[in-house]
Write a protein that binds this ligand. Sequence first.
Ligand code: MG
Length: 273
Amino acid sequence: MRTHHLKVLKLTLAISTFALLGASTQQTAGQKPATPGGQQAKPEDTEVWEPVPKIVTPGATNDKPPSDAIILFDGKNLDQWVNTRDKSPAGWTVANGVMTVDKKAGNIETKRSFRSYQLHLEWRIPEEITGSGQARGNSGLFLASPGPGDAGYELQILDSYENKTYVNGQAGSVYKQYIPLVNAMKKPGEWQIYDVVWTAPVFKADGSVETPAHLTAFHNGVLIQNHVALKGETRYIGAPEYKKYDTAPIKLQAHGDPSPPISFRNIWVRELP
Ligand code: MG
């Protein structure tokens, strides 16, 4: 008897649901505009089924590399890096899963070259940092390094925790081009995270710019650069200027200031079309 009642109840529910669905579909359809040919527009008209996005397995947490990332530094060695000066093996030190700048060795850059990408990088100002202004934990993430020295496009790295300097040169600035939207700095001794989206510039055959480079950047999860259009390579002195390049390494700066060297860990990149 009980089973029978349940069956009846289920059937009644099913019929009611069907009726309701039918009614709502009719109602929605009734509100759709007719196409020029007089036919009713359908939801399917605006559905796109291809291309199907490829599957990427995310990291266990959002700081860990997803399955399609190229690992640039996982704490073990500098195999992915060379000295910018002469392309010899990168001369920075690796210990306890962390790489630390060696100012004598100079800038280092990736062996690989890139165009557009998403990049994750962690950096740490030493707790015992000294100095002030630009001479306090200065380094830099060069989003593209098409040349020697400090040539390229620098997202500034600096201790900007209670350290005054020109604002288009503080941490998170596109050096001397864009002030960061906010200062999201943690204290010296704590790890900082940069997550960036770099869209490479497009050049015409004659070397002039067709589309400028664009940067979106987060500092410790906080948006600091929102799709800014770069004015050219970042310059210490003078106006920024573009120089045609196709692909370029990613570079980390060994700044000459006398403050203790900073460290990096967990660097990975995902190439973008
Ligand atoms: Mg710098």
